[in-house]
Design a protein around this ligand. Structure first.
Ligand SMILES: Nc1ncnc2c1ncn2[C@@H]1O[C@H](COP(=O)(O)OP(=O)(O)OP(=O)(O)O)[C@@H](O)[C@H]1O
Ligand SMILES: CC(C)(CO)[C@@H](O)C(=O)[O-]
Ligand code: BAL
Length: 312
């Protein structure tokens, strides 16, 4: 099926394989942007980059159940396929997206799926060390679910390049390690985080927020930026290494201004292994990431926002 006579809508693994084979026969390179839909300008920046760097671009829209714990927002996660498709068919000027893969759960998990981690059947991929860290602590199924679905998608699409956003920095590290360790023949491209005017990282989950919480959530990037400034000034000293505790306290101090926000974690991690760092020094640098829970507009609890900055 095609949309506006341009974008091919692919629903099955077999359809993607046929499309991919045709690209190969035409000697066309393929860029791939995996998403969970509810597209915004952040996603579009990945698509633009893929359009620039490849002959063909395919986007997937799949809300992957295995990366959500039973108590998380799988059911509430925004699903806006129609507007996603019109965005993909109208947004780009010089070149258009060639195909969108929108599989059903049964297509991606042919042996079925159980959300409870301990009961999961079928093949699941884990990435060494990651499950004990950061997002893996508070969302123990997250790294495993992402690693599994991205491996499946890579097996289906076999892209020359695959695109991710720096906003999900830990996910990017997991996927880079996965591609390296499983000897997958693709290039992982990580694109900068697109932000609202106030600095808030664009995210599909921002749809859960009231206008005033959206405004207030700008404090997350403000806090991370303050940590970055602290690092930049202290790392000019001798020795140039900066205790992570100083950076963390600085960020925590700014975030604490918002009494109705709950800090889930702030971490200073090694940029390649995600291990906790006691000190940060120029050269190795660090990823400083945070997850903050903020009130949802509908009063049904909290939305979880993540963001990060990279220290060099
Ligand atoms: N603000 C952004 N800038 C750049 N890339 C982004 C941004 N937001 C998301 N992405 C990237 O888009 C891809 C698909 O992400 P996803 O569909 O989960 O959207 P999301 O906005 O991150 O949603 P969520 O609310 O789940 O965090 C991921 O690689 C993600 O890092
Ligand atoms: C990479 C991904 C599409 C896997 O479901 C998801 O985690 C996301 O959108 O960041
Ligand atoms: N973009 C991250 C997907 C998730 O939070 O599950």
């Amino acid at each position: 099926m095609t949309l506006s006579n341009t974008i091919k809508i692919l629903r099955t693994v077999q359809q993607v394989r046929q499309w991919r084979l045709q690209c190969l026969l035409n000697r066309e390179t393929v860029g791939f942007v995996p998403t969970m839909g509810a597209l915004h300008d952040g996603h579009c920046s990945l698509v633009s980059q893929s359009l620039k760097e490849n002959d063909r671009t395919v986007v997937s829209i799949f809300v992957n159940p295995s990366q959500f714990a039973p108590h998380e927002d799988l059911d509430a996660y925004p699903r806006t396929v129609d507007s996603d498709l019109s965005m993909l068919s109208s947004q780009f000027k010089e070149k258009v997206v060639d195909a969108v893969f929108i599989p059903k759960i049964s297509e991606m998990y042919p042996s079925g799926i159980t959300l409870e981690l301990s009961k999961q059947k079928g093949a699941f991929v884990t990435v060494q060390g990651c499950s004990e860290q950061l997002e893996g602590v508070t969302r123990p199924q997250f790294f495993r679910g992402v690693a599994t679905v991205v491996t499946k998608l890579l097996n289906v699409v076999t892209p020359d390049k695959i695109y991710f956003g720096q906003k999900d920095a830990q996910q990017c590290v997991v996927i880079k390690n996965l591609v390296k360790d499983l000897l997958i023949n693709t290039e992982v491209r990580v694109m900068p985080t697109l932000r609202e005017k106030n600095g808030l990282a664009m995210s599909s989950r921002n749809a859960y927020l009231s206008p005033s919480t959206r405004e207030g959530s700008a404090i997350i990037y403000k806090a991370l930026s303050s940590g970055q400034q602290t690092y930049e000034s202290l790392s000019k000293g001798s020795p140039p290494r900066v205790p992570s505790s100083v950076i963390l306290n600085n960020i925590r101090g700014v975030l604490n201004e918002k009494k109705d926000f709950e800090i889930e974690y702030i971490a200073v991690s090694h940029p390649e292994t995600l291990e906790d760092l006691e000190y940060v020094e120029p050269g190795t640098g660090a990823i400083v990431s945070t997850a903050v829970k903020v009130p949802r507009a509908d009063g049904s609890g909290q939305a979880r926002l993540i963001d990060n900055i990279v220290l060099v």
